[in-house]
Design a protein around this ligand. Structure first.
Ligand SMILES: [Zn+2]
Length: 131
């Protein structure tokens, strides 16, 4: 019998181990190790899990923290913000709305117009350069 449920995505085969750890197990890559920390090319950052467009190079700034940082998402419709009280602190977790993948956290200390700093793991992103 056919079920109407969406087929379960096997993330372990779709993602590499580091991507899996971050997107599905809410891990964090080590500071300054991500491939997009110093990426200054023009383009869009997509979810590494499902391809949803999340951030634009237009909003990327150098926060000095060691993770790709953005002042705003491309659209708030593609992300979900969740209270995260793990590790003895209160933070706001940023998730991909489409696949529920963990992306990073958002902080209120951005040195930008929005005052926000979306601190996102490189491993959770897939960059597509604008041609
Ligand atoms: Zn996604």
């Amino acid at each position: 019998m056919q079920t109407k449920d969406k087929p379960q995505i096997n993330w372990k085969t779709k993602l590499n181990p580091q991507q899996y750890h971050i997107l599905r197990e809410k891990g964090t890559e080590h500071a300054f190790t991500g491939k997009y920390v110093h990426n200054k090319k023009n383009g869009m950052y997509h979810c590494a899990g499902c391809g949803a467009v999340l951030f634009s190079s237009d909003t990327k700034f150098d926060s000095g923290t060691g993770w790709p940082s953005f002042s705003d998402p491309v659209t708030t419709k593609n992300i979900v913000l969740n209270d995260d009280d793990t590790h003895g602190m209160h933070r706001i977790e940023v998730l991909c709305k489409n696949c529920s993948g963990h992306l990073g956290h958002v902080f209120d200390d951005g040195s930008t117009h929005s005052g926000k700093r979306y601190c996102i793991n490189s491993c959770a992103l897939k960059f597509e350069e604008k041609s």
